[in-house]
Design a binder for this molecule. Sequence first.
Ligand code: SF4
Length: 138
Amino acid sequence: MKLYMASACLAGAACRYNGEVKTGEKIRAMFERGEVVPFCPELLGGMEIPRPAMVLSGGDGGAALDGTARVLTRDGGVDCTGAMLEGARRGLAIALAVRPETIFLKARSPSCGCGAGDVEGVAAALLRRKGFSLESIE
Ligand code: SF4
């Protein structure tokens, strides 16, 4: 059976920064069939629910990997870059074990964003650099 990975929030986990659930029905159905391994880079990085909304500053997730951009809380008070990088690295470790066909990632997230016109998130950038196939889901 082919295996996939997906942002855990798309599979129905209440792991978004504000604790809200925003399930993607396609991903939820795949999860219930046992086809999807869910992961949340921000929780893997040690963040909690709820947590402040975060934004990339000075570049995209790739720039954050390169040390030229930061991830800050939306009010600018706290630098969360270290946790975001750790979460991305842990997500990559899971992907290297699972070897998913595709990784479905939630749009407009500083971790998971990867769609056209979206700012690529930190975890998405690392997974893309390592050759994984990514698909953005609203
Ligand atoms: S978009 Fe990514 S980091 Fe944000 S809650 Fe969903 S899985 Fe976690």
